[in-house]
Design a protein around this ligand. Structure first.
Ligand SMILES: *Cc1c(COP(=O)(O)O)cnc(C)c1O
Length: 210
């Protein structure tokens, strides 16, 4: 599939759910791909934000594609906090200590989403839903802009369970008055759109034809 086909599927899923397709923005996940591949598969279709999950891999691409906007979507360590101001949005904040390190290092307030482990998978990153109020209270004291929530759904789960996870993230975002919900990947983005995603992070579906 090429990027325009993915956009078409996002729009179709939105209309089916009675949503305005413009409420959903595509983050093209570019990990594992070179700047040339990114130009060819993503940027020639428009100025889509590019999602990267490793700082080491992202930094040379940020240099190579100076006009592009990057989002950080991967596991976040405190020793990488100083690089977060290079990203337009950090999707994967899940610890107050890391947030403090980002806030201390950045020259401007960095925009972040809090990653929530909605599926309660023990090995997974993210704040547990019951810990979210406490985390949000502490983040509110820092010079960061908390825009919303993010989740990675359990891999291989059935559609009913996936919808439940996405619906729960939307409920949490509503409860705390947060506008952005980053959820849905190549395998499950249509379900995420049906349950209120505002950002979908899609890699393989865009790059599978290169
Ligand atoms: C890789 C990745 C994606 C994209 O996954 P695809 O299956 O390639 O669409 C989305 N979100 C996160 C956090 C990722 O690491």
């Amino acid at each position: 599939m090429a990027l325009p086909d993915v956009l078409e599927r996002i729009a179709a899923a939105a209309r089916k759910a009675g949503r305005d397709p413009r409420e959903i923005r595509l983050v093209a996940v570019t990990k594992g791909h070179t700047p040339e591949e990114i130009e060819r598969a993503v940027l020639r279709f428009g100025d889509f934000p590019l999602g990267e999950s490793r700082v080491q891999e992202a930094l040379p691409k940020i240099e190579a594609l100076p006009a592009a906007r990057f989002h950080f979507i991967g596991p976040l360590q405190r020793n990488k906090a100083r690089f977060m101001e290079r990203f337009e949005l950090v999707h994967s904040l899940d610890r107050v200590r890391v947030a403090e390190a980002i806030a201390r290092r950045a020259a401007r307030p960095v925009a972040v989403l809090v990653e929530v482990n909605v599926g309660r998978e023990p090995q997974k990153h993210g704040v547990l839903p019951e810990d979210l109020p406490g985390v949000l209270d502490r983040l509110a004291e820092l010079p960061l802009v908390v825009r919303g929530l993010m989740t990675v759904a359990p891999r291989g789960a059935d559609p009913i369970r996936l919808r439940g996870v996405f619906a729960e993230l939307s409920r949490l975002a509503d409860r705390y008055n947060l506008p952005e919900r980053s959820m849905g990947m190549s395998e499950d983005f249509e379900l995420a759109v049906a349950e209120g995603a505002t950002l979908v992070r899609i890699g393989r579906a865009i790059f599978d034809e290169l």
